[in-house]
Design a protein around this ligand. Sequence first.
Ligand code: MRU
Length: 501
Amino acid sequence: MKVNNKHYRTIWPDPHNNRHICIIDQRQLPHEFVIETLTTGEQAITAIQEMHVRGAGLIGATAGFAMFLASMEAPELDFTAYLTSFAEMLGNSRPTARNLIWAIDRVLAAIDDIPDIAEKRDRAFTTACAIADEDAHFCKQIGEHGLDIIKEISRKKQGAPVNILTHCNAGWLAFVDHGSATAPIYAARDAGIPVHVWVDETRPWNQGARLTAWELQQENIANTLICDNCGGHLMQHGMVDLVIVGTDRTTHTGDVANKIGTYLKALAAHDNNIPFYVALPSSTFDWKLDNGMAIPIEQRSEKEITTISGKDEYGEISTVTLTASGTKAANYGFDVTPARLITGLITERGVVKAEREAIHRLFPEHDAQRDTFSGRVMKKREQRKFIRHDSLHLLDYIVLDEQGNPGTYSMGRTIDVSVDGIKLETAIALAANTRLLITIGIEDDLVELEGRTTHAHPQDGRYISGVTFLKISRNGRRVLSKYVEAFRQRKRELQKKQEEA
Ligand code: MRU
């Protein structure tokens, strides 16, 4: 899209040296337009973590190029190990963003069976470029599908401007080009339909105030900035015809994680009978998570809430503190809007209901990826059958809600264990602080241990979670100690076997 009438993408390889990747440093917008050059994988991780780049598609595209930069740095003799550990660090840089993991996995899969290192590097580069191109192309298609929704509202309003409310920045700055939520707006403008956008400021980082308002201005789209609490009032007074937002991760059942505050807008839209659409490329779908409540929610620095930056009267950018010293703040980056509050998802293949069946009908190639056992709670008898004495690494767990009611049942693998906690590998991502009931077995003893997850990170298409045990009974502790000892012994034996081989 345009900046001072010149077309830009948000990320591109430097035409003079394609080992250098150019980005727009979004921390400086709207006051300064600064192009930054990334030359190392580590710089790319910092750019994602510290939000020089942000937004679903752009995080994915940057991750693709980060993998390329890391592939250039990886020593030939240790190439795979280096890249795997880099991928793990990169994958942890923004935990809610689905596109991040999707892009990392795509690059790893693309280079996996290539024996020659130089060729691997070339393929990492072309894959990263393909991710970026595809993102821009899919957003354009999202625009075309979303245009029909705006057209219909405009027809009903007999050509009066269509008022669209958006939250955060799901504009071109959040993707490679066009944006997701903004793509239908740009398409409507191009089709000659008058539109006006209500832009939520989106505290604490102010993506709406700093980025969305600025990019719409650059594209000559009428827009008005509002504070985050204003949307409900506008909806009650018939001043909003449609809400379109983006998403950082959407489950294949239609629950949507998006910037904090989105859920409240969806509730207000529902109460006022206003259509609420979410625009996303398919790279943002999480094909494994059944329930949006399991989406990991990033928590960021308190400083983003207790301070604010802007241009002062002398034209200098400065940061001021808003709060009394010592004020505690909780900075949850995202919330989850349940599928039932969503009118539809606007994807590159068309508009679809936020429902499992409809989503899978549109993307049938992802059917095979559903490998959870959601909704099934195992009975003790079944557990005994499952926990074989020769399978110390297998366990089963149930996700509990805050009241202790059982939810998703699934199986996992013990990666490591002590009497205080366990590291486990699961097929589904578990949000930090998830309450779990884990069952482990040793000989004829079976014990249920309650714990809470501390962290989760993706690895080879699965997830590794740390779990700290909560209160354990004396008998539980006895069984656990036996299990820990047997597990360690077994690990030592396996290690020895490997070394011998
Ligand atoms: O924290 P950010 O800025 O990376 O958050 C992402 C967002 O901009 C929003 O949540 C957006 O609406 C979805 S990403 C297209």
